[in-house]
Design a protein around this ligand. Structure first.
Ligand code: WT7
Length: 665
């Protein structure tokens, strides 16, 4: 539970305030480009409008959707924290994402430009997508799937993943997408928890230039899940695939022979749309439940407002995997509800070469790019010359999501990808929030490198201290959400009590996000990472994010991960693992210089006790650093469970480094 580990934050964070002052010293602000501001989808007036009548504001945004029965109620908050939004409205989510664009005369518009890793590509129009989703919906019905059922989806980044999700939504079955990199056990526990009766998978997908099988993991998982009646298998790689007669069905066979006519039925606004499991650092994964009308309203509005998305002219690309919430809200539901044209890319950024992303931007004329800080830092490490070889002049808005973006990466992104002209929107949100909550607006906000800045119109967010009191500008503490929002999680699947305990018990009447944050002198919000990641050194709270940010602001450091290790004298000691940039070589002098650099940036108390140069950092497949494993190394323990690591050999490399690790006492 986040509440167990958070009672150290918010007391003496002198160091953190100094560092913030430091970051702001140069007063770096970037005004929105005048042409973008002049034609922006959303102007500054939205804040005032939402402040004056928050529920009226959301009722108006709900009209972005096409309802079968228009809602007359906006929010029912009579039984907090269990919210109902637009409860008397009825709609079909898939109809909103597909059919209505065809009916509006935009059937020939490309919905998805698919780019496979091996270089195959195909473009799918909204009319084609409508036919395919309808056929898939008919196939689900033939396989016995009904409204209210659950369907597990375990697919690579191919258009069928989008079609499968929309087909579920169309027939009123909740999907539970499990990221294709997860193990058979992880899939099995998620299938069991959601009690899914159908699994949709593929023979395999392409990764790093090779076909990578998916079906064997499903065979192993389904062996433990007797409730699964059928496995629907998309042919992607054509590799040899074991097939269980009677249970397994080929997608092209069953979907291919269906009618392209399917009448979408309207469901209640609060009808379940999907369950998505969040990893969580401890305990069994939480099945986050999202419902239909409120979720789609906020996914659509934020995609329109934060990316300034113009469906007639923009080419949008979100590089996330469909298995994460970013893929749900900003590949599937937000963009498609808005009738956007988007790029979907199957593979890794360095296959077959390190310029692959920029080649894709150039090929499709991508105008809006949404990616993660971990990817941006990797591109920085690979070198400025790589993006420089491609024409990136089509880009006009850049987004970031997933973790705090350090100011250096922000500035690099703006300069080397955005040509010093594109605004950057640093969007804070969570699987639980369903859609963006804190972010600049590209036509309104003067942006600050490293800050997500302020709550979007209609959203209430602030920073509170240990007692739940709002901190003044300049203060630090915990990020909380102060008002219910349309795309909020409705519960943890099958565990209402855990929902209440995890999010709504730490601070009375407020949603506890589990992130540390602070407000600067203007009241803008800076995210400081998960509160579990705060270190307590000689009685001072120091955030791992800030020490990492200080380290990567040194020209020799490409990436850094910081942990607190038990220390007899200081309680915790700061241990930093760093990846050096191409040209920097690993010397004691450099390590000493880095320590002093952190000391000069944040104050002497924040100087790492040890700095260990490494080749790679342990990350989950969604790019989050697994500090738990680094803590094991720093405290000289056997390394714990590595099954959720993207590359499990990384820990061996790091441990082998330790004898030569530089340490200073
Ligand atoms: C956690 C949620 C949001 C979709 C992907 C991750 C961190 C996310 C930011 C940001 C600082 C961020 C937070 C949050 N996070 N975006 N812009 N700035 N931190 O979804 O796996 O549910 O993780 O990611 O710590 O709580 P998730």
């Amino acid at each position: 539970m986040p509440g167990d580990t958070t009672d150290t934050l918010g007391k003496g964070d002198v160091v953190s305030n100094e560092s913030l002052a430091n970051l702001l010293k140069e007063e770096r602000r970037f005004a929105p480009p005048a042409d973008l501001a002049a034609a922006a989808n959303v102007t500054g007036a939205a804040y005032a409008q939402a402040d004056a009548d928050r529920l009226g504001f959301w009722a108006e945004q709900a009209r972005r959707l096409t309802w079968d029965t228009e809602p007359t109620e906006t929010l029912d908050w009579t039984n907090p924290p269990f919210a109902k939004w637009f409860a008397d409205g009825k709609l079909n989510v898939a109809y909103n994402c597909v059919d209505r664009h065809v009916e509006a005369g935009n059937g020939d518009r490309v919905a998805i430009h698919f780019e496979g890793e091996p270089g195959d590509s195909r473009s799918i129009t909204y009319a084609e997508l409508k036919d395919e989703v309808s056929r898939a919906a008919n196939a689900l019905t033939e396989l016995g799937v009904q409204a209210g059922d659950r369907v597990a989806v375990y697919l690579p980044m191919i258009p069928e993943a989008v079609v499968a999700m929309l087909a579920c939504a169309r027939v009123g079955a909740a999907h539970s997408v499990v990221f294709g990199g997860f193990s058979a056990d992880a899939v099995a526990s998620r299938i069991q928890d959601a009690d899914a009766k159908l699994v949709i998978t593929a023979d395999g997908g392409y990764r790093r230039g090779k076909p990578s099988a998916l079906k064997p993991a499903i065979d192993e998982a389904v062996a433990k899940c007797p409730q699964v009646e059928h496995v629907l298998v998309v042919r992607r790689t054509g590799q040899d695939t074991a097939f269980t007669e009677g249970r397994d069905v080929w997608w092209d066979e069953i979907v291919g022979r269906q009618s392209a006519e399917h009448a979408p039925q309207a469901f209640d606004a609060e009808h379940p749309l999907f369950i998505l499991y969040t990893s969580g650092t401890t305990g069994k994964p939480k099945g986050i439940l999202h419902t239909s009308g409120g979720y789609l309203t906020q996914a659509s509005y934020t995609h329109h407002a934060v990316f300034d998305l113009k469906p007639e002219s923009d080419v949008y690309w979100c590089t996330a995997d469909i298995g994460w919430v970013t893929g749900h809200s900003y590949i599937v539901y937000g963009p498609l509800a808005n009738g956007a044209t988007q790029v979907m890319y199957e593979g890794t950024p360095d296959t077959p070469h390190q310029g692959r992303f920029w080649e894709v931007v150039q090929k499709y004329g991508v105008t809006v790019l949404y990616t993660a800080p971990t990817a941006i830092r990797t591109f920085m490490k690979w070198g400025d010359d790589i993006p420089a070889k491609f024409d990136l002049s089509s880009l006009r808005v850049l987004g970031s999501v997933g973790e705090p973006i350090n100011p250096e990466a922000w500035v690099w992104y703006r300069k080397h990808i955005g040509g010093d002209r594109c605004p950057i929107v640093d969007t804070w949100w969570q699987t639980e929030t369903g859609a963006m909550m804190i972010s600049p607006l590209p036509g309104v906000t003067a942006t600050k490198p490293g800050s997500a800045q302020r709550a979007l119109p209609g959203i209430g967010a602030t920073v509170v201290d240990d007692e739940g009191h709002e901190v003044p500008n300049g203060g630090g503490g915990y990020l909380v959400l102060t008002e219910p929002w349309p795309s909020m999680l409705r519960t943890i699947w099958g565990d209402d009590q855990r929902f209440v305990d995890t999010y709504w018990s730490r601070f009375e009447g407020k949603y506890f996000a589990g992130d540390g944050a602070k407000k600067d002198d203007d009241g803008d919000i800076w995210l400081l990472g998960r509160v579990d990641d705060v270190m307590l050194v000689s009685g001072h709270n120091i955030s791992t994010t800030e020490v990492e940010s200080a380290l990567v602001s040194h020209p020799s450091v490409a990436e850094a991960a910081v942990v607190g290790a038990k220390d007899e004298t200081t309680g915790q000691a700061i241990v930093a693992f760093v990846i050096l940039r191409g040209s920097a070589s690993e010397t004691d002098t450099l390590v000493g210089e880095l320590r002093n650099h952190v000391g000069a940036t944040l104050g002497p108390i924040a100087k790492p006790k040890r700095i260990v140069p490494v080749q790679e950092l342990p990350k989950t497949r969604s790019g989050k650093i697994m500090r738990r494993l680094l803590r094991d190394v720093a405290e000289d323990r056997a390394v714990g469970d590595v099954t959720t690591l993207a590359d499990s050999s990384v820990m061996d490399l790091i441990q082998n480094k330790l004898p030569s690790a530089s340490s200073e006492d």
